[in-house]
Design a protein around this ligand. Structure first.
Ligand code: AMP
Length: 236
């Protein structure tokens, strides 16, 4: 039997880093439907072009196409021992398709791991994130600010929110901020969309006793350890 887990969490909950942990610890690949669709950007065939248009408009790809792309990914050699699903399923119809598909292979879903983070913390994780331009060092003005100097500077046209200026103390380097992190309204919109999309799914899996809530407001290691405990329990 393979290991099939679904990872759910608001942006900033640490889904990426925990997916890496699961991948390394259990030897199964991380399958993100968003990444699979983005990878089609280099393709020029009809399906890929259609998907690019849908993504540009911020719409969801149809269930039929999404399920096919997932099926194709799950049938690749590196997925024979299971996968970590991220961004899929996004609705109940996809969830049911996945269950049927796994059943047809004699497999079942092990767990849906919900990385739970209060929304204000999720907001601060995105809004306060700054990155060294050359290395991968990431800081946060709210949580990880000992080695940086930062201040808010009034926007020249008094637009809100004010601009964030941050630099690394040791190197004096100016730190970068992702433009989508600088836009408070956009962060809130992403959080709202997440809640809207996932609420019905969370209810669906919770009703089946497959939902496991993990407190994401802990150190990375503590979250990984909680995830490991849940997965090991489902494998026992
Ligand atoms: P993500 O990176 O998960 O936010 O996905 C980026 C985009 O890919 C979404 O806005 C959708 O257009 C598409 N997409 C990703 N996963 C799914 C899914 N499960 N069902 C439908 N569309 C999806």
């Amino acid at each position: 039997m393979g290991l099939y887990v679904i990872l759910v969490g608001v942006q900033g909950a640490g889904k990426g880093v925990q997916a890496s942990f699961i991948r390394e610890h259990y030897g199964i690949p991380h399958v993100s439907t968003g990444d699979l669709f983005r990878a089609m950007r280099t393709r020029q065939d009809e399906l890929a072009l259609k998907i690019q248009e849908i993504m540009k408009e911020g719409r969801l790809v149809s269930d039929e196409v999404t399920n096919e792309v997932v099926r194709d990914r799950l049938e690749q050699d590196d997925a024979t021992n299971g996968v970590i699903l991220d961004g899929f399923p996004r609705n109940e119809a996809q969830a049911k398709w996945l269950e049927d598909y796994l059943a047809s292979r004699g497999e079942t879903l092990n767990a849906v791991l919900l990385l739970k983070l209060d929304l204000y913390t999720a907001f601060k994780r995105a809004f306060g994130r700054v990155k060294h331009p050359d290395s991968n060092d990431v800081y946060n003005i709210f949580f990880d600010n000992e080695d940086i100097e930062w201040e808010f500077e009034d926007h020249p046209e008094n637009a809100y929110p004010p601009r964030l200026k941050a630099k690394e103390k040791a190197s004096g380097k100016t730190l970068d901020r992702r433009s989508d992190d600088a836009n408070a309204g956009a962060i809130i919109k992403r959080i709202d969309t997440y809640l809207e999309n996932t609420a019905p799914l969370i209810q669906y899996f919770s009703g089946k006793g497959q939902l496991y809530e993990i407190d994401a407001d802990q150190s990375i290691e503590a979250v990984s350890s909680d995830i490991q405990a849940v997965i090991d329990q489902t494998l026992a």
